[in-house]
Structure formats: C-alpha cells, structure tokens
Design a binder for this molecule. Structure first.
Ligand SMILES: Cc1ncc(COP(=O)(O)O)c(C=O)c1O
Length: 394
C-alpha cells in the first residue's frame, strides 16, 4: 500500500515541520531549553486539583464523566462569564463555548472560515500554532506592520482597504512570540477599523492573567463585541494538560463553532470542564494566581538581568509587563538559525525568530526566549551560554 498516493493535500501541509525537527533535540536531558512555551509544572495547584477532584465526583457524580453538550457544560459557561466581568467583558453564557484549549478554538475557526487562497491579516511575527492550525485550509497572509506598541492601526486599515481579508488574527496582550502588548489608544483605533470594514477579529488572549506589573488593558472585544471572537484558556492559570479553553463569539459564529466542533470531538472533556468550573467557583483561581505571578515575575526579572549582564551591547529585547516570552533582536548580521546547533552543542536551546514570520527569510536576527519553565539560576546559566555562543560567532 502506498500511503503517499492516497493522502490528502491537507496532510502534506501538516506533515513536515522544520521547527519540530529543530526542537526535538530539546527533549534531551542535558539540554537547558528556553525554547518551549510551557508553564512551570511547579505552578500547577496539585493539592487544589486533588480537592476539586473529590468535590467534582461527589457533586456531579456520573455527569462529570458522561457525554455532554458540544458548547460546554452550562456551569462552566456561567462561571467563565462571571470571570470575564473582571476584564469588563459582557459575555452571555450562551455566547460562550468551551474548547479543548484555545488551540481547539483556532482549529475550529480555521475550518469555519478559510478556503484555499483566502487572506488573513496577522501580526508579524505571530503565533506558530495558529499558522499551523490554519495551514491545512490553505490561506495566505498579509502581515500588519508592528512596533513596540503592537500593530500599527494605519497598516491594518490599508490591508483591509486593499485586500479581501477573511479575518484579522491578533494576540494583543503579551504576544507570543514577542511579549508585546497593543496599547490602549491603538486598541480603540483597531476596534474602529474592524467595525468600519465590517470584518472579523480573532482576539487570542491566553496570557491576559499573567500580568506582573503595570495596569491591565481591556480586551479589544469590549470595544467591538459584534465583530470579535475572543479566545482564552485555563492552560496558563490552572494546567494545560486539562485542555480547557473557551471562546466568546457573536451569535452566528457561536452557532457555527458548535456545528464545526461536534464532528471533531463531540465536546471537551466533561471532567476537565467541571474541575475548571469549581476552580473558578470556589475562589481557588483567585487564591492561586498570585503564587503563579510571583514565581514568573521573579523568573522574568532573572532573564532581564541575565540578558543585560551577558548579551553584547548591539542586542536589544522586549521588556513585557507579563506573559511568558522575551523577544531578542540582534544586529543585521546575526543569524539565530545558523547559531542554533552551536547553542545546542553548548547544551542550550531557543527558538530562532524566523519561524514566527509568515513571510520566509525575515527575522533571522531574532530569537524567542521563554522564562517560565526554568528557575532563576538555570535562566542565568542558559542566557550566559547563549551569549557565549553569540560572542564567539558574531
Ligand atoms: C497565542 C497562543 N494561542 C493559543 C495557545 C494554545 O493554548 P492552549 O491550547 O493550551 O489553550 C497558545 C499556547 O501557547 C498561545 O501562545
């Protein structure tokens, strides 16, 4: 049997990822990896989850392990709606849907909206997982100009004026990979532009709760709720392994989300959904989140000071007020991809920035560093090792 002869065009797109090849080596125990985007396992509230497990089984009994509704269990949709009030979002529980992580939401949105050749407007660089989720449907990308304050609204306006765009995909807060946040003035302008062009915004907001300093900004969804699908997740505030995310969508999109998700997995794990429900309802999120913030703030500060101590003066980096990543930019001649294997020989890994761009060949002088999944000492050591490799080869 020749599988190559029968596989679909979609599969060919999904099959090979140069980045996965590159990152495979980071699984080796001798490698200190600042490459992944993982939360710290020591941030997971194990005891709380144990308690909630007992509570869920007692309170919901067989229902916690039974098939459930595709849009998610009602108790969780109500609890999420309450939680989102803190972000000044008016989210009717009927317009909320539960997904298997926000990644599940991205995949469903791709399925609903993208036909081959359709254009999507994205930040440049953007989240690789979204590009991977959309890839099987064959889109092309229009990159929105970006600076330290996020996307430049005039650039978005121009793209929407001159292209037929299916939707705009943004990560406005503590973006992956750059850590950048779109400032409030621009959020207002973006909402106006989206409404003016009667287009759809997908606002991916997994890092919203991970703010270590500064003032919280309301999501763009609050300014254009009829034009926005808002995605968020429990992965960064509870545990990613439970695979619980959610969306808030305009009614017509919410209906399509249910239709598209049903054939994929019927629904997200009922048990995980009830755990998440009780995590919110019993006030455990409120108690636990400050512990996560304290841990990550200190790790982020360790990364900032290590970068300052060890990196050449010709390098700069973002200084996000939260999130999980720092984005480093070197001089033009710096090629982070070319140096990657030398770094690995030195037992340290990062993600070469070029992979986050939808256009090939740009961003060679950039890299993404994660600071959440290593302690302060390890971060210091790893940043020094990367700096040593750079200094030897620049
Ligand atoms: C921007 C962004 N969106 C979505 C996700 C997916 O998260 P999850 O599926 O765990 O909710 C991630 C994970 O790192 C991310 O960085």
């Amino acid at each position: 049997m020749d599988i190559n002869k029968i596989k679909s065009k979609r599969t060919k797109v999904m099959e090979y990822s140069a980045l996965s090849e590159l990152l495979r080596v980071t699984a080796k125990p001798e490698i200190v990896s600042l490459a992944g985007g993982l939360p710290a396992p020591e941030s997971f509230p194990l005891e709380v989850i144990g308690e909630l497990n007992d509570l869920v089984l007692k309170k919901y009994q067989g229902t916690a392990l039974q098939y459930g509704p595709t849009n998610g269990v009602k108790e969780l949709r109500i609890a999420v709606s309450d939680w989102l009030k803190k972000r000044h979002m008016k989210a009717d529980p009927d317009l909320i849907g539960i997904t298997s992580g926000s990644q599940g939401g991205l995949d469903t949105l791709g399925k609903i909206f993208i036909d081959e050749g359709d254009a999507i407007a994205v930040e440049s660089p953007t989240y690789i997982g979204a590009v991977d989720a959309f890839a099987p449907y064959g889109p092309r990308y229009e990159a929105i100009d970006t600076d330290d304050d996020g996307i430049i609204p005039e650039s978005l306006d121009k793209i929407l004026r001159t292209n037929k765009i299916k939707f705009v995909y943004l990560i406005p807060t503590f973006q992956n990979p750059t850590g950048r946040t779109i400032i409030w003035e621009r959020r207002k302008k973006i909402a106006e532009i989206i409404k003016k062009h009667r287009t759809l915004l997908i606002e991916d907001d997994p890092y919203n709760s991970l703010r270590y300093r500064g003032v919280a900004l309301d999501p763009i969804q609050t300014l254009a709720p009829e034009n926005t699908v808002y995605l968020c997740t429990f992965s960064k505030v509870l545990a990613p392994g439970l695979r619980v995310g959610f969306y808030v969508a305009p009614k017509k999109v919410a209906d399509l989300m249910v239709a598209a998700k049903q054939s994929v997995d019927l629904h997200t794990s009922s048990y995980s959904q009830y755990l998440a429900t009780e995590y919110l309802k019993t006030g455990h999120l409120k108690k636990h989140l400050p512990k996560i913030l304290k841990m990550y703030k200190s790790r982020q500060e360790a990364m900032f000071s290590a970068l300052k101590k060890y990196f050449p003066k010709s390098f700069s980096w973002t200084k996000p007020e939260g999130g999980m990543f720092v984005w480093v930019t070197g001089p033009e001649k710096f090629d982070s991809l070319a140096l990657y294997w030398k770094a690995v020989e030195n037992h340290v890994a990062y993600v070469p920035g070029t992979y986050f761009f939808t256009k090939q060949g740009i961003g060679k002088n950039t890299m993404r560093l994660n600071f959440t999944n290593a302690d302060e000492k390890v971060i210091d050591k790893a940043v020094k090792k990367i700096a040593d490799v750079i200094k030897k080869n620049l």
